[in-house]
Design a protein around this ligand. Structure first.
Ligand code: BG6
Ligand code: MG
Length: 218
């Protein structure tokens, strides 16, 4: 039986995947990498430095910058991203997510955050939902980013639960793969997440009943 939920943040709880995209697009223009939907999608869930590498590689620029210059580029992207984050309010929580958090809390489920973003504590503060989470996995302490299972394995440990009692919620392929490899139940939002155990077109469709319904059909 499920006892805990590990939430991705960007693209699941708030539409901040759009902000990351905007800031990376600016960076891609600067280094001369064409911005495509495929490139944008491939960055979702991926850590800051790994995202930068993917953008440089996509334009054939992976050898054009020193490590120091790469850190400066990533810092510039982050500064632009943080400016966008500072505009967030509780109205930016995606449809259904506040209700779902309330439902989980009322039913005494464990709730943790499993975001690859070092800005996650700031984002949930602006959204005013920090109190729902009993823990936040610190991506700075991880050796491997999504799609490696490490972050969702850590999430289960934070809740003191075995993997088979944990579900993860994701909007990106890298995240769904991470959950699946951790041996947890994957819940995917949006198109192109064929590998998710439970799928919803929109965050507004999620509820405990809707999850159990799909699990009984599988
Ligand atoms: C993930 C986002 O949640 O966090 C990625 O989906 C982002 O787009 C990653 O690159 C790292 O975020 P940050 O805020 O630490 O640069
Ligand atoms: Mg995401």
């Amino acid at each position: 039986d499920l006892k805990g939920f590990a939430f991705d943040l960007d693209g699941v709880i708030a539409d901040t995947a759009r902000f990351h995209g905007q800031a990376w697009h600016q960076l891609a223009d600067k280094v001369g990498t064409p911005w495509t939907k495929e490139l944008a999608d491939s960055l979702k869930g991926v850590s800051r430095m790994d995202s930068l590498e993917l953008i440089l590689k996509a334009g054939g620029h992976e050898n054009d910058y020193s490590q120091e210059e790469k850190v400066a580029l990533a810092t510039e992207k982050n500064d632009n991203y943080v400016k966008l984050v500072e505009t967030l309010t509780p109205a930016d929580i995606l449809p259904g997510m506040k209700d779902f958090l309330d439902e989980l809390k009322a039913n005494h489920y464990h709730i943790v955050l499993a975001s690859a973003s070092k800005n996650a504590p700031k984002v949930i503060k602006y959204l005013q939902i920090a109190d729902y989470f009993e823990g936040i996995v610190d991506p700075a302490k991880l050796t491997h980013g999504k799609p490696d299972p490490e972050i969702y394995t850590e999430a289960a440990k934070t809740m003191n639960l075995p993997a088979n009692q944990v579900a993860g919620l994701e909007d990106a392929q890298a995240g769904v793969e991470s959950i699946n490899r951790a041996g947890e139940l994957s819940i995917g939002f949006g198109a192109n997440l064929q590998d998710a155990d439970v799928k919803f077109n929109s965050t507004g469709d999620v509820s405990l009943a809707a999850i159990k319904q799909q699990m009984s059909e599988n």
